[in-house]
Design a protein around this ligand. Structure first.
Ligand code: GLU
Length: 485
């Protein structure tokens, strides 16, 4: 027997291009995408760009780039609400003919004055409905004065509006707490409420997953659906994301825009895994979930009601895990743009792929982000600069350091097969002869060769750098030491 086809599941991500997408926005996109993919449904992208005053240059491109980077592919769109204005106007005029909405001529000055007075009286600011019951004569008079009206919804004055939220359960709002909200602004653009409801209906959206902050808009939407005689989609309001101090998430917590994380060298897969756990969980312990796992297991039952806490350390840890899980080839491919971007200009481009691959085999274990790679690997590509004093230690004065390096250099010079094992075989016995611990000797050579006290394994590093470069750097260190003797 064939199984019943699932009800068409259609979700949408509906960002407003009023800024660059941050963690919260993209977490919403991800949950919609996961829900759609889990149910073999469709994921639709809709740009809600009806607030002309708040549009931000480049925001749309950044939204698309962020989604593409994370692999949140969409099946339809992007639709732009600004290109659909006639649709909203036609529908709102139908409501006007039916008397479900009304023209409001109140000036912004009057509304502002009213608002201030309400605040003074400690009342919630709400439109006083002055234009709701204007007579035809009054209306004609106002129109003759050349006032461009807005269109407001006739919210029921009494009663309640209840809807089922798939995360919060039944939610009820008293209608007298909702005001006669605007549907069409005087510039002819629809408000969020109007365009959102019309598009969700016309685009046959089955589930609306959006941030908690929209919960208070939902009763207005439900009333609109009723007025239009349309069936409302199912709603699910996703928990907020807060910082570890439970304050609103901000830069201070290490939170930033999605494209910034990309620039900082986080992997898309790590980011997806991390974001998925901001408000959803598989169980009480599983942290690492591939995209396929997430699609397979995602469900609203396991989305929390309470705020999710953003933890930057966890993101870094997760990114490290994902970086180490890459094959060397994948790691090179991911890291190459970062080397290109951040290595000093003096380093010759294009970088040699084989050489980069050898170098990165030593770096992969050590990088927390791809942006760490150029810094961790720079001495493989560029001359080393360090302070001569670094070559000295409690047990190594300039003289003994110079002696050790002179002998090491002679021994290294004699090597004909330049590989890590041979280098080690030559250097290890030398420490005893020089009366130095191996740590002291190798530490010294490490500084000479890499300019740092901490670097990848010394012999492998030397093998990759090549004999010529190593001897050259030891010589340079000797010159620095001669200045201290
Ligand atoms: N345009 C709204 C936003 O920027 C969409 C909210 C919703 O999903 O209904 O988040």
């Amino acid at each position: 027997m064939q199984s019943e086809p699932e009800v068409t599941v259609r979700l949408r991500f509906a960002p407003s291009p009023t800024g660059y997408p941050h963690l919260g926005n993209i977490r919403t996109a991800l949950f919609n995408w996961l829900f759609a993919r889990h149910h073999n449904g469709k994921f639709i992208l809709r740009i809600e760009d009806t607030d002309v005053t708040r549009r931000v240059e480049g925001a749309v491109e950044t939204i698309l780039d962020s989604l593409r980077w994370l692999g949140l592919n969409w099946d339809e769109g992007p639709y732009f609400q600004s290109q659909r204005l006639p649709i909203y106007r036609e529908i709102v005029h139908k409501l006007l003919d039916e008397g479900q909405v009304y023209l409001c001529y109140c000036s912004p000055q009057r509304l502002e004055k009213m608002r201030q007075e309400q605040i003074k009286r400690k009342q919630p600011p709400k439109y006083d409905r002055r234009c709701r019951d204007l007579t035809q004569r009054e209306r004609t008079q106002l129109e003759a004065m050349g006032v461009t009206p807005v269109i407001r919804f006739k919210t029921p004055l009494a009663g309640e509006t209840t809807f089922l939220d798939l995360i919060h359960g039944l939610v009820t709002f008293k209608n007298d707490t909702l005001d006669d909200f605007i549907l069409l602004k005087s510039d002819g653009y629809p408000t969020y409420h109007l365009a959102n409801v019309i598009d969700d209906h016309l685009m046959a959206i089955s589930h609306v997953l959006r941030a908690d902050e929209w919960l208070s808009s939902t009763p207005r939407h439900v009333l609109l659906y009723q007025a239009l005689n349309w069936q409302a989609p199912q709603f699910a309001h996703l928990p907020m994301i807060l910082g570890p101090d439970r304050a609103k998430l901000s830069k201070r917590h290490g939170a930033t825009t999605i494209t910034e994380y990309q620039k900082q060298g986080y992997l898309a897969d790590a980011m997806v895994n991390f974001l998925a756990l901001l408000g959803w969980s598989l169980d009480d312990h599983t942290e690492l979930l591939s995209r396929e796992d997430l699609i397979k297991h995602f469900s609203l039952e396991r989305v929390g009601k309470t705020a999710a806490i953003f933890n930057k350390d966890k993101l870094e840890w997760m990114n490290g895990v994902y970086l180490r899980a890459l094959s060397l080839g994948e790691f090179v491919q991911q890291a190459m743009p970062f080397l290109d971007r951040d290595l000093p200009e003096t380093v010759k481009r294009p970088l040699d792929n084989d050489y980069v691959s050898q170098v990165l085999s030593l770096i992969q274990e050590r990088a927390k982000t791809l942006a760490d790679v150029p810094q961790l690997a720079s001495f493989f590509f560029d001359d080393v600069q360090y302070d001569a004093g670094l070559l000295l230690s409690k047990k190594r004065d300039a003289k003994s350091a110079a002696k050790a390096m002179t002998i090491a250099s002679q021994k290294l010079e004699e090597i004909t097969t330049w590989d890590a094992t041979t280098i080690e075989d030559v250097l290890r016995p030398l420490a005893t002869k020089l009366n130095l611990s191996t740590g002291e000797l190798f530490g010294l050579l490490r500084i000479a060769i890499t300019g740092r006290t901490a670097a990848p394994p010394l012999f492998q590093t030397m093998a990759i750098l090549g004999k010529g470069k190593c001897l050259e750097r030891i010589n340079k260190a000797l010159q620095l030491l001669s200045g201290l003797c």
